[in-house]
Design a protein around this ligand. Structure first.
Ligand code: 5GP
Length: 192
C-alpha cells in the first residue's frame, strides 16, 4: 500500500454489546476527533425521549424502511434484538468519505458482517466489556430497559462476545480514555 492510500479516510465499524459504554466511547472519540463523521442510521424504532430526528436517527415508518432497502439505498441493514430494523444510508457514507472524512458506523453484528462483505477495506472493531458479569452490572445500573428487554440484550451480548475473533481489533472498555486512544491509533489518527 502506498503512503497516500495508508492515510486516506476509511470506514470504521464499531460493534459492542448493549451496556458496554459504546455511546460514551463514541462521543469521547468524536469530541477529540471532530473530523470523524458518525453515520446517522434509519430505524423503525420509535424515538426515545430527547432523541431528535435526523440527529440520533432518521425515524421512519416500516414501509418507508422497506422502500429504502428495495431501492438499494442501504449499505447494510438488520433487525436488531428481533424487534426493529436499523440501516445505514449508503449515499451519506460515500459522500462523507469523498469529502475526506473517516466514517464511523455503530452497528450490530449482522450489520458488521454485511459491511465486511461489501467494503472489505473497512476496519471492524469490537468494543468488549472487561467481563460478562461487569456487562450485566452496567446494564442493570443504567436502568433504561425493563427485565425482559435486559435479558434479550444480555442473550445478544453473549452471541456478540462469542464472535469477537471475527473483528480486525478488540478494544476492552475498561477506561474510556484508553479506549479512545486505542481507536484513534487504529484509525491512524495522531494522539490528541
Ligand atoms: P438502540 O435502539 O439502542 O439505539 O440501538 C440498538 C442497536 O442497534 C445498537 O447496538 C446499534 O449498534 C444497532 N444499530 C444502530 N444503527 C444501526 C444500523 O444502521 N445498522 C445496524 N445493523 N445496526 C444498527
Amino acid at each position: 500500500m502506498t503512503p497516500m492510500l495508508a492515510r486516506s479516510p476509511r470506514v470504521i465499524v464499531i460493534v459492542g454489546p448493549s451496556g458496554v459504554g459504546k455511546g460514551t466511547v463514541v462521543r469521547a472519540l468524536l469530541d477529540r476527533y471532530p473530523e470523524i463523521w458518525l453515520s446517522v442510521s434509519a430505524t423503525t424504532r420509535p424515538p426515545r425521549p430527547g432523541e431528535v430526528d435526523g440527529e440520533h436517527y432518521y425515524f421512519v415508518a416500516p414501509g418507508e424502511f422497506d422502500e429504502l432497502v428495495a431501492a438499494g439505498d442501504m449499505l447494510e441493514w438488520a433487525q436488531v434484538y428481533g424487534l426493529h430494523k436499523y440501516g445505514t444510508i449508503r449515499h451519506a457514507v460515500l459522500e462523507h468519505l469523498a469529502g475526506g472524512h473517516p466514517v464511523l458506523l455503530e452497528l450490530d453484528l449482522d450489520g458488521a458482517r454485511q459491511v465486511r462483505q461489501t467494503m472489505p477495506e473497512a476496519l471492524t472493531v469490537f468494543l468488549a466489556p472487561p467481563s460478562l458479569p461487569e456487562l450485566r452490572r452496567r446494564l442493570e445500573s443504567r436502568g433504561t430497559e425493563g427485565p425482559e428487554e435486559r435479558d434479550r440484550r444480555l442473550a445478544t451480548a453473549e452471541r456478540e462476545l462469542a464472535a469477537q475473533d471475527e473483528f480486525d481489533a478488540v478494544v476492552v472498555n475498561d477506561d474510556v480514555d484508553q479506549a479512545v486512544i486505542q481507536l484513534a491509533s487504529l484509525l491512524g489518527l495522531p494522539e490528541r
